[in-house]
Design a protein around this ligand. Structure first.
Ligand code: S3P
Length: 436
């Protein structure tokens, strides 16, 4: 796709068939970063070759790590030694990329600068800067935002009680903890995704977790492993909601990550009356995977708040689309973190869906939707935020009339081939140049 491409969506085409979804984005970032630290050869299959993860891969290569690229999704990483980078490490739009890599950089004996796009420069970094400084790190930003400059410093383990349940913050602190003197403990207020704990543990790091408190013992000895990255449930969510709201749909998604710290969306959709069948089929990269079958369903409104929020934090834009198709009221609370994602995802979705006729009440930490609401096709804007662009496309599949999603190239930040995957299932969506 070119930078100016858009999605054109013609509604009323049911989805049917079976498909996979691209590799998990969170696990793909970690696979290349932890593989870079591990001594020896890390082999990764099913890796997500997308905008965000390519930025992490390019950064570890800039740190002198040799990577063999067998195909887009299969890599061999020769890790164990990082070298001073020639220039700035550019994480482009990747919040996970910059925050996790910053944790690693704090433990290195050389200086580095981490930066990214204008969008990434707007995102809050104090949440990692503060605990990393408590550990003795020399890290600074520009008004606590990227670019971040990291200088060599001796680190000490700390006990850190995270004010927000964030897997990125947890991971940054734990990764710095690998290079610290003494144990590092992170206490999380909610069950943030635990891919870092699982992968570090598989690489031989002593890391204990009771789900709330995670204790890491420092080590320089990560052992290289073979990993197959499971399918991303956050990408699957767009297909699931499309299947639920487009009449006549019946689709199955195979190889999807079913890690319980990620499946909040399945619980909430089930409460809404979704006809979902979930079957666990095995383990990949220490994560449970399985098949999800979804059929068009009559949905009803629900209330979402508390600990499930972090287990589905990236799924709220697409949940909005499901809630518009649901009978009755949906109320979302405790989701203020949505305001500091790639965009303010509450404000942006409310604004763009309004162009399609939606009436959504925005609250400081969520939203209220009274459904059902029949949307009409419109020209809407993806705001360079992949989850916004894909959610609006799915909304268009159940609207009356055609929808054009501008600035849709960003879908490739997490779901390359989104339109092609949807089309293969029968949706009428295609990539087109922006109309003059
Ligand atoms: C991620 C953690 C979440 C999530 C992001 C990926 C990760 O962010 O929104 O898409 O891979 O650790 P926060 O840690 O900011 O909640």
């Amino acid at each position: 796709m070119a930078a100016s491409d858009c999605f054109q969506v013609v509604p009323g085409h049911p989805l049917s068939g079976t498909t996979t979804v691209p590799g998990d984005k969170s696990i793909s970032h970690r696979a290349v970063m932890f593989g870079a630290l591990a001594k020896g050869v890390t082999h990764v299959r099913g890796w997500l070759a997308a905008g965000d993860t390519e930025a992490s891969l390019a950064s570890i290569q800039a740190l002198g790590v040799a990577v063999e690229r067998h195909s887009r999704s299969e890599l061999t990483i020769h890790g164990g030694q990082l070298h001073p980078p020639q220039g700035v490490l550019n994480l482009v739009n990747a919040g996970t990329g910059i925050r996790l890599l910053a944790g690693i950089m704090c433990g290195q004996p050389f200086e580095s600068v981490l930066d990214g796009s204008e969008q990434l420069r707007r995102r809050p970094m104090k949440r990692i800067i503060a605990p990393l400084r408590d550990m003795g790190a020399e890290i600074s930003g520009v008004n606590d935002r990227a670019p971040l400059t990291v200088k060599p410093a001796a680190l000490r383990g700390i006990r850190y009680e995270m004010p927000v349940a964030s897997a990125q913050v947890k991971s940054a602190v734990l990764l710095a903890g690998l290079f610290a003197q003494g144990q590092t403990t992170v206490v999380q207020p909610g069950p943030a995704r635990d891919h870092t704990e699982r992968m570090l543990s598989a690489m031989g790091v002593s890391i204990q977790s009771d789900g709330r408190e995670i204790i890491l013992t420092p080590t320089a000895d990560l052992k290289a492993v073979d990993l197959t990255v499971p399918g991303d449930i956050s990408s699957a969510a767009f297909l699931l909601v499309a299947g639920l709201i487009v009449p006549g749909s019946d689709i199955s998604l195979t190889g999807v990550n079913l890690n319980a710290t990620r499946t909040g969306i399945l619980d909430v959709l089930t409460t809404m009356g979704a006809n979902l069948q979930v079957q666990e089929t095995g383990l990949e990269a220490g994560e449970p995977v399985g098949t999800i079958r979804v059929r068009h369903s009559a949905l009803k409104g629900t209330e979402v708040g508390g600990s499930v929020v972090v287990e589905m934090i990236d799924e709220f834009p697409i949940l909005m689309v499901a809630a518009l198709a649901a009978e009755g009221r949906t109320v979302v609370r405790d989701a203020q973190e949505l305001r500091v994602k790639e965009t303010d995802r509450i404000a942006v979705m409310v604004k763009e869906l309004a162009k399609m006729g939606a009436n959504i009440a925005e609250t400081p930490d969520g939203f209220v939707i009274d459904g059902t609401q029949q949307l009409h096709g419109a020209t809407v804007d993806g705001h360079d935020d992949h989850r916004i662009a894909m959610s609006l496309s799915v909304a268009g599949m159940a609207a009356l009339g055609e929808t054009t999603v501008l600035d849709a190239r960003c879908a490739g930040d997490s779901f390359p081939g989104f339109a092609e995957t949807m089309s293969a299932l029968g949706a009428n969506i295609h990539v087109a140049p922006v109309p003059a």
